[in-house]
Design a protein around this ligand. Structure first.
Ligand code: KG4
Ligand code: ZN
Length: 352
């Protein structure tokens, strides 16, 4: 079963071909990061316009990489949401056109479900990742989402265990980077500049809630705490930190974000008695998070399953992987009429 997938929910135009939901035959991503960088974030209309420019070349490159033509494909998958509606519409229309012209089933996919399925991917020459037990927990940490799910079985259902009450974790990395003029996207730069810093130089306490779900996340207080450090420095006549001082501040911020994610995941894994925890989304590239969470889970007899960084950030291979368990059920095949539209907000757990 060969699925060609298209992903255009944000600022990456991506196309991949994946066999049987795991073997990546082609994986092409055209990133627009350099276009959006000078604006300090993604400009939705520019994203849509550049998806139009990049879509066909990226699809041609994916087919060439896989050594396949449209006739060899069994299905077309596409990200329907959540994401920027104008950006999603480009991918949806291209996917719809290919599926219609070549008479293939079209499978609309939730972008977050894609992130959660990245953990099954591997290149054909590499060994297949170990099987993941059900139910398991899955933490999606990206620029737009920070949510912990309980995944009951392949292809769902998925239950929400905890969500962020304000910012997403990736958003916190991006905002902190912006406070210090470190550019966009902030996550990779913060991680690089935090290297060698003392993670306990600044104390940023874990958020605790008096009401509601105690496993929920919150990152806006952490961002404000970093801002307060910067303001105190300014009041004392000091500049924005540089060198070792900057490394200490960023390492402390990063550690606090990682400690919060780890605290919630470890408690939830215990409550739900799961063996496996999947980590996904752009922030899952962060080595401090990968190592801290893996150590915390392993010491309690549980396992962290995390894709290689290439499939943590937005890509189309994960969309093909998420479509695979759905293809066999005609209920998941999209009609080529007005029912197939982009959805800016599409909570994963409601699709279960
Ligand atoms: O999953 P993704 O590519 O796009 C969304 O669906 O949002 O995630 C992008 C987010 C950005 O906020 C970026 O700063 C963050 O992931 N990110 C990181 C790292 N690499 C990317 N955050 C922390 N450390 C990293 N190494
Ligand atoms: Zn994403």
């Amino acid at each position: 079963m060969k699925i060609l997938a298209i992903e255009t929910s944000c600022d990456e135009t991506a196309c991949a071909v994946v066999e049987d939901g795991h073997a990546v035959l082609a994986d092409q991503v055209a990133t627009q990061i350099d276009i959006h960088r000078k604006y300090g974030g993604v400009v939705p209309e520019l994203a849509s316009r550049n998806h139009i420019v990049d879509a066909v070349p990226v699809i041609e490159a994916a087919l060439a990489e896989a050594g396949l033509g449209f006739a060899d494909l069994d299905a077309i998958a596409v990200t329907r949401g959540p994401g920027l509606v104008g950006a999603l519409l480009v991918g949806l229309q291209v996917a719809k056109s290919i599926a219609w012209a070549h008479d293939k089933p079209l499978i609309p996919v939730n972008h977050l479900s894609g992130h959660l399925h990245a953990v099954y991917l591997h290149r054909p020459a590499d060994p297949r990742p170990p099987a993941i037990s059900f139910p398991h927990l899955a933490l999606a940490v990206s620029g737009g989402h920070t949510a912990l799910y309980r995944v009951e079985g392949p292809g769902g259902p998925v239950r929400l265990v905890a969500n962020t009450r304000d910012d997403a974790a990736g958003e916190a990395f991006d905002k902190v980077a912006r406070l210090m003029g470190l550019g966009y996207p902030g996550g990779p730069t913060v991680e690089r500049l935090a290297k060698g810093g003392e993670p306990r130089a600044h104390t940023f306490p874990l958020p605790r809630f008096k009401d509601g779900n105690p496993l929920d996340f919150s990152f806006s207080g952490l961002k404000t705490a970093v801002l307060t450090v910067l303001e105190r420095r300014r009041e004392a006549g000091l500049a924005v930190p540089e060198g070792p001082e900057l490394a200490d501040l960023l390492a402390s911020f990063q550690q606090a974000a990682v400690d919060q994610l780890t605290d919630r995941v470890v408690r939830a894994a215990h409550e739900h008695s799961v063996t496996d925890v999947v980590l996904a989304g752009g922030v899952a590239c962060n080595r401090c998070l990968r190592e801290t969470l893996a150590t915390a889970l392993e010491s309690r007899g549980r396992h962290l399953r995390v894709p290689p960084p290439r499939w943590c950030t937005d890509n189309a291979a994960m969309i093909a992987a998420a479509a695979f368990p759905l293809v066999g059920d005609r209920h998941h095949h999209a009609a080529f009429d007005r029912r197939l539209n982009a959805v800016g907000t599409w909570p994963l757990f409601e699709t279960a």
